[in-house]
Design a protein around this ligand. Sequence first.
Ligand SMILES: CC(C)(COP(=O)(O)OP(=O)(O)OC[C@H]1O[C@@H](n2cnc3c(N)ncnc32)[C@H](O)[C@@H]1OP(=O)(O)O)[C@@H](O)C(=O)NCCC(=O)NCCS
Length: 150
Amino acid sequence: MRDDIVLIERFPDVDDYLRVRAAAGMHPKTREAAARALPNTLYGVRLERDGEVVGMGRVIGDNGCFFTVVDIAIVPELQGRGLGKRVVAALDAWLLRNVPPSAYVTLVADGDAKYLYSQFGFVESAPVAVNMEYVMEAGGVKSTTHLDPK
Ligand SMILES: CC(C)(COP(=O)(O)OP(=O)(O)OC[C@H]1O[C@@H](n2cnc3c(N)ncnc32)[C@H](O)[C@@H]1OP(=O)(O)O)[C@@H](O)C(=O)NCCC(=O)NCCS
């Protein structure tokens, strides 16, 4: 099964990006935000099965001092069989080749995804440093409802 899935060193287009994010249950992005964002990807990969994008991950940042791993997602029906690890391993290989000494490499791990990232050297920064965030909504409203307990 896994052999049918190929990793391609090109990030998905906007349609596939929005679809896979939604399928994986991640916070939705507008088409406008995605269209602005994706050309700024430093390095990204997709997983394809029969030509359909079923997973993805990318690195963003200033390409010198700060690098951030984002948009790691696998469609639900294929989760739990090593594909997320395959995506992160590809990003890790790129980071090892391209990140200069002294740079920060960061990510925000949702839930138990931290067990995946910890396999690639990431450690939790709290309590020394904590992630702080809000989602910008229309009209300049800074929303944190995505952090409310479910
Ligand atoms: C998080 C996600 C990308 C992981 O991909 P996946 O294909 O399901 O994970 P893998 O099968 O590659 O697992 C890789 C390793 O991480 C561990 N892992 C992954 N998810 C885990 C979980 N929920 N709990 C514990 N361990 C987990 C696995 O045990 C595995 O370790 P192993 O190689 O030692 O067995 C995927 O589940 C997903 O898309 N989730 C929804 C979107 C999301 O939350 N994205 C992350 C945003 S930070």
